[in-house]
Design a protein. Structure first.
Length: 451
């Protein structure tokens, strides 16, 4: 077995990621998305090698650039914006200017994917919706992200993560039973989960295009994506009863709950089988419990009040034991337990650093930055981080000159008309104060940078 673990580690070694090819290399994405939901879709594609061109409004940019947690910036930037938009090319084009349509149509003609998350109908009204883009490029995969979908009675309603969690039913199930307290899933999971669904949908559409030669339109509803991750309406349809909230316990596993230890830490603990339960009983020095009629079968152990009685027994044992001792007993006896870690512990966890699930990335512009690694580890085509977010319009010259072939004169004319632009002196839009853009060869692509 140790040979297998060494083999797996060699196949997935994070130190060798940059030596391998990229799964989506050659796929070009025109990215109109903003904030978190839509940008998560395109960020996943970029992580695995897609060439994602993020389009923003000159001098304003994506509103998430300046919308930091509690107004806290890092080197004049929103830290979470780096994770959401890493590996993308940043181009700033004013969609309201007629000249910008020529640039966008030229980019769309060569794009494999176009993604947007404006209010339904907005992209169509601006002339960059699927009906227009698919005429230019019939092979395009076009993704529209919204809270409630592109049609239906709620299509015009504004929505964000919290609203999607509410309308999907997530909030009604998240909390403790017999209370009126509901708990929002943290850190915009109502954006991140549908964003992962969107990336999957795009890849399915690209796979179909490779077989048929035909592109297609994808309508991704944030609310419906969350709803499809829940079983509660199915349960209600079968029983006619609501699926009650369960707090921090799992009604499908014996003793499953969050417990506080003697040294003030918290552990998650669960027994998926009767042998796991017997292992827990050995650790607690309670050999009598497996023979107790309340817990003798798994079904009996799940019934209330038996389940509550068992959780009380386990809670008393854990409360009298240090966390390290509980975890050691779990490893020794063979039941499942894990410490409830906070973000600092996860960030500095040596195991996660070793596996590359938490990266300490050294960026040319921003320096050292800790962020999550790719969602899945592929042995031949792993995802990677190549750069963090960049200032608004940072890649204007690179994309418009190298990708579209515009001349210096054409570029200057577009800048004079304010069809394209960069940033003003706002945090989130500009580079760190110590960074000199005049010597950056990418920002100055096609012209001589300062030494």
């Amino acid at each position: 077995m140790n040979d297998y673990f060494r083999y797996a580690q060699a196949q997935l070694d994070p130190a060798k990621i940059n030596e391998k090819t990229e799964a989506l290399k050659g796929i070009r994405v025109l990215d109109f998305t903003h904030v978190i939901f839509g940008p998560t879709v395109t960020r996943i594609l970029a992580d695995y090698g897609a060439e994602v061109i993020k389009l923003e409004v000159p001098f304003y940019g994506d509103m998430w650039r300046i919308s930091t947690y509690w107004g806290r910036y890092w080197k004049h930037s929103n830290p979470t914006f780096h994770f959401i938009t890493r590996n993308k090319y940043f181009v700033s084009v004013d969609l309201k200017r007629p000249e910008s349509k020529e640039l966008i149509y030229k980019m769309a003609a060569e794009a494999d994917v176009v993604a947007e998350n404006f209010a339904p109908g907005t992209a169509e009204a601006w002339g960059v919706g699927y009906s227009r883009i698919s005429q230019i490029n019939p092979r395009v995969v076009y993704l529209s992200c919204s809270t409630y979908g592109q049609y239906g009675p709620m299509r015009y309603f504004p929505g964000w993560d919290l609203l999607a969690q509410a309308a999907s039913g997530v909030l009604s199930l998240n909390g403790h039973p017999a209370t009126e307290k509901f708990y929002k899933l943290p850190d915009y999971l109502g954006d991140f989960i549908p964003g992962n669904v969107g990336a999957l949908a795009v890849l399915m559409a690209l796979y179909y295009r490779n077989k048929s030669g035909k592109g297609q339109y994808i309508d991704l509803s944030q609310t419906e994506s969350l709803m499809r991750a829940l079983p509660h309406f199915t349960y209600h349809g079968l029983t006619g009863e609501p699926l009650e909230r369960t707090g921090h316990s799992d009604p499908a596993m014996m003793a499953a709950a969050i417990y506080k230890t003697r040294d003030g830490r918290h552990l998650a603990l669960a027994c998926a089988t009767l042998p796991h339960f017997a292992a827990l009983c050995r650790a607690m020095a309670r050999p009598d419990l497996p023979a107790d009629p309340r817990f003798a079968t798994y079904l009996e152990g799940l019934k209330e009040p038996n389940a509550g009685a068992l959780r009380d027994i386990v809670a008393r044992w854990v409360a009298a034991t240090d966390a390290a001792a509980v975890l050691e007993a779990a490893c020794r006896e063979g039941f499942a337990a894990a410490e409830v870690l906070d973000d600092k512990q996860v960030c500095h966890d040596p195991w996660r650093r070793e596996r590359g699930s938490v990266l300490l990335f050294n960026d040319d512009m921003y320096g050292e930055f800790a962020l999550p690694g790719p969602s899945a580890m592929l042995s031949r085509t792993p995802g990677r981080t190549k750069w963090l977010a960049r200032p608004l319009g940072y890649h204007n010259r690179l994309v418009l000159r190298k990708f579209l072939g515009l001349s210096e004169e054409e570029l200057n004319a577009l800048e004079e008309k304010k069809v394209i632009g960069t940033f003003d002196d706002k945090p989130g839009l500009k580079p760190p104060v110590y960074y000199h853009l005049d010597s950056d060869p990418i920002y100055n692509y096609g012209r001589k940078a300062a030494p």
